[in-house]
Design a protein around this ligand. Sequence first.
Ligand code: NAD
Ligand code: DAU
Length: 364
Amino acid sequence: MKTIVITGGAGFIGSHVVRLFVHKYPNYRIICLDKLTYAGNLSNLKDLEGLPNYMFVKMDICDFEAFHALMQEHKVDGIIHLAAESHVDRSIKDPFTFARTNVMGTLSLLQAAKLYWESLPEKYEGKRFYHISTDEVYGALALDTSSEKAPYGRDFFTETTPYNPHSPYSASKASSDHFVRAFHDTYGMPTIVTNCSNNYGPYQFPEKLIPLFINNIRHRKPLPVYGKGENVRDWLYVEDHARAIDVIFHKGAVAETYNIGGFNEWKNIDIIKVVIRTVDRLLGRPDGADLDLITYVTDRAGHDLRYAIDSSKLKEELGWEPSLQFEEGIEKTVRWYLDNEEWMNNITSGDYQKYYDEMYREIN
Ligand code: NAD
Ligand code: DAU
């Protein structure tokens, strides 16, 4: 039996990865490790409770001793590392927390894994440290405004694009990527890094564009569009990301980097209009009834203009490609949030409202 720790498993992407692995690999023991910060939510994994190959451990990835003890106790073979502070706007307000979790937390996991795996007779044989990262480490691409249609420029991020992070979030993720690669180059740890584009889908915390806006449209609250809404993001359905992680964890080459994305660029303002029309239709409101909720607000500091991922290496070498067309993915996503009002209400009560009110005051 393989024992795999998935850090950040109670968060958005992590919960999809945990669910996929628990169902697909009944012979593995899947340990979901999460500190349960504001972004972690055990109700994301409710359907897995009681399954024999699933276990939850509440732990801070910065707790070196505790993680080392866990590795020894459960004889951990593989780590899929997603735990992180993940929201750019929060990193602008509080960069220290991002350096602590994303940099020191990742280093702590690496060091504990090294200590445990090097103590075994087989050492690193059959072991794997897989670090989940972001396309934001590459910086921003130019935007071709003359083009009405995607792609909005001729260049894409590839695995060899030099790192050039701009936000405290992306700087912290870039730093953690470098530490992971350094543990391979220095100690021979079997590591893999992947850099993915913007994910969307169920269970995303409603501070991120798509779930925030779906919830606001439902309650007819303003939709704060940063700047002119001209920034471009490359969107991938979260279950497709989870499938890519599965393929790469099992078949990816050690020390390699793979970019993950769906060649699906959207200007913010265009995707926002699609979301409004979809919510309106599913709620039985007249088409475009809520377009007037769009409210242009002060731009995000250092707002990256365009992200676009070239994931052809992953397709050519490991055969992965997205399974969902965007229209299908966004329909499923909006429907899920509308059908899971209780999930949303639980999250958006209490502290969330305080945070959001403060954010909204500041960006206006
Ligand atoms: P998320 O914020 O939804 O979830 C993060 C999870 O990590 C939460 O469950 C939280 O409780 C946990 N966590 C935070 N600090 C922790 C700590 N100190 N110890 C243990 N657990 C801790 O994030 P997400 O959107 O699911 O992103 C997951 C990973 O994927 C991150 O590493 C992120 O950088 C990366 N990523 C995200 C996207 C995206 O579009 N969301 C795209 C590319 C890469
Ligand atoms: O590219 C991958 C990254 O995508 C991940 O690494 C991050 O963890 C994830 O949060 C995401 O970062 P973004 O900053 O691109 O996502 P966000 O949903 O915050 O914003 C998407 C775009 O929408 C961005 O251009 C900013 C804009 N935006 C966002 C919010 C929350 C608005 O215009 N208004 C908003 O209220």
